[in-house]
Design a protein. Structure first.
Length: 256
């Protein structure tokens, strides 16, 4: 029974991984991305208080800055998965944030008051990396994968306890932290890994642009993080949070 259960969980986990790959290879994530764009656009048209975050902003100065940055990326011949990639500026309800649906990069209007042109370019390249790697779809499967792994670990730990009378490392950890905290941390770890990938992709794309004669600063990825979070460098230098870890990694990179 133990072997049958292990094989079943293996195939379920394999299926989740296959979903991630097939979503990117067979073009399912653009479909999901366009669907999300439609939902966000409709939310922005509503007058409801909780949808104000997604209300579109058509400030000509912001639009011009975003278009210049996007044009610079295209002129530098940086490889992108979506040739018709576009930028949408949203209200953000006072928050400085950016995210990607895949076909569209979303920036809140506060980003434009905090970020320089170099930093805006770095932010777009970071979000473009999320688009290129299909992270939207992958994040949809993080939680189901965490639940399956948690269930698998719980059952195998119970079987170990029944056969040996001893608690394994998972069971000890479970008693300390609890199911929900453990699953949340698994999901957060996966998301953190994707942020690191996007950070490095943005940095090295800026390196490529610099080598191709564009006046850009690869370390603008790190300074954009400082600008958006409004946390000074000296704090991030010693910060143990994910933002601090990302900032220090970016500072350690160099163009080859």
């Amino acid at each position: 029974m133990y072997k049958v259960f292990s094989i079943l969980v293996f195939f379920l986990t394999f299926f989740v991984g296959l979903q991630n790959v097939s979503a990117k290879v067979y073009g399912l994530d653009p479909v999901i991305g366009h669907g999300l764009d439609a939902v966000l656009w409709a939310s922005g048209q509503s007058n409801l208080e909780f949808t104000r975050f997604y209300k579109r902003v058509n400030d000509p100065v912001m639009v011009a800055r975003a278009n210049r940055a996007l044009s610079k990326i295209k002129n530098a011949r940086i490889k992108m998965r979506y040739p018709n990639l576009k930028v949408a500026i949203i209200d953000g309800d006072g928050m400085a944030n950016a995210f990607s649906s895949g076909p569209t990069l979303y920036l809140t209007k506060k980003v434009f008051s905090l970020a320089s042109d170099d930093e805006l370019l770095a932010i777009l390249l970071h979000e473009m990396a999320h688009s290129d790697d299909g992270h939207l779809v992958m994040r949809m499967f993080h939680s189901p994968a965490a639940v399956m792994y948690q269930f698998y670990s719980l059952v195998t730990s119970d079987l170990t306890w029944l056969s040996t009378g001893e608690s394994d490392a998972f069971m000890v950890d479970l008693h300390k932290r609890g199911h929900w905290k453990m699953m949340r941390e698994m999901v957060e770890d996966a998301s953190f890994g994707e942020e690191l990938v996007a950070d490095e992709a943005a940095f090295y794309n800026l390196c490529r642009m610099k080598k191709r004669g564009f006046n850009v600063n690869p370390y603008a990825v790190a300074s954009a993080m400082t600008a958006i979070t409004e946390v000074p460098d000296y704090v991030l230098k010693a910060d143990t949070s994910e933002v601090g870890k990302r900032w220090r990694l970016l500072k350690s990179l160099s163009c080859h």
